[in-house]
Design a binder for this molecule. Structure first.
Ligand code: ABV
Length: 254
């Protein structure tokens, strides 16, 4: 998967050099490129924001640098996805060469966006090209979204009902959630199906050795060797926990 990020704080994303996403980049599973929005400004002060039409507090990000930055990435993605045809080989295309890709999906973190969920992470993991735009200040000029929605796909996405200073941390969270669903990124794919939210419930509590620690034991069923009983206990724990902490995740009682 190719991921492009546009930000005024490229250094923020150095954390994506490490851990699971870092390894996936080294192994070539993720091609991640970070772009500085200020490289697409044309005034002396490299301004990316201005006062809002209609008045109000704060600044709004100007449309021109966003338009130019996204255009540059779209052009680069198209070039990379369309290798030159060698006319000396007139036979059928080699096996395993995918069909021409769908257009990149543009994603902007925004408190006004649709909620990011595990289901959306799964959806995004099936894309071959994601472009993340990190807004700052009071937002980005609406015409950036409207313009690229005419010819492409644009989604405003929110991590939850709270406000950040900018989209950078939200983009890192989304890349981590999506990245680990790309085949080959997580070593043991079975670990993906057993965790919170994958089956719509919170996960069951986990224990490891020692069997007694600071006066606390381990639920005896887990030491019983009875795999049927263990599976039933774990499902009960999931349901009990979900009802207690996140009743909104359970289907309506009637
Ligand atoms: C993007 N807050 S997403 C830009 N929860 C600025 C603030 C912000 C986002 C979120």
């Amino acid at each position: 998967m190719r991921i492009d990020i546009i930000t005024i704080f490229p250094e923020f994303f150095s954390v994506l050099d490490v851990s699971l996403v870092g390894k996936a980049r080294q192994s070539g599973l993720i091609d991640l490129r970070v772009h500085n929005l200020r490289d697409h400004t044309h005034d002396r002060h490299h301004s990316v924001d201005d006062t809002p039409y209609g008045g109000g507090a704060g600044m709004v990000m100007k449309p021109e640098p966003w338009g130019d930055a996204i255009d540059a990435i779209l052009t680069n993605v198209q070039t990379a996805a369309a290798p030159e045809v060698d006319l000396s080989t007139t036979d059928a295309p080699p096996a395993g060469v995918p069909a021409p890709d769908a257009a990149p999906l543009l994603i902007f973190p925004s408190p006004a966006g649709e909620l990011f969920t595990q289901a959306m992470a799964r959806e995004l993991a099936g894309e071959s090209n994601l472009i993340f735009g990190c807004g700052r200040y009071e937002g980005i000029d609406q015409r950036v979204f409207d313009h690229f929605a005419v010819t492409g796909r644009v989604r405003l996405v929110s991590l939850g009902d709270y406000v950040l200073n900018g989209g950078e941390v939200a983009v890192m969270a989304m890349i981590e959630a999506v990245g680990r669903l790309i085949p080959g990124v997580v070593g043991n794919p079975e670990s993906l199906v057993e965790e919170s939210h994958e089956d719509g419930l919170l996960e069951y509590p986990s224990y490891t050795k020692p069997s007694a620690w600071r006066g606390l034991g381990v639920p005896p069923v887990l030491l019983s060797g009875n795999h049927g009983a263990i599976a039933i206990w774990r499902r009960e724990q999931q349901l009990e926990r979900t009802a207690r902490v996140r009743p909104d995740l359970l289907p309506p009682a009637n």
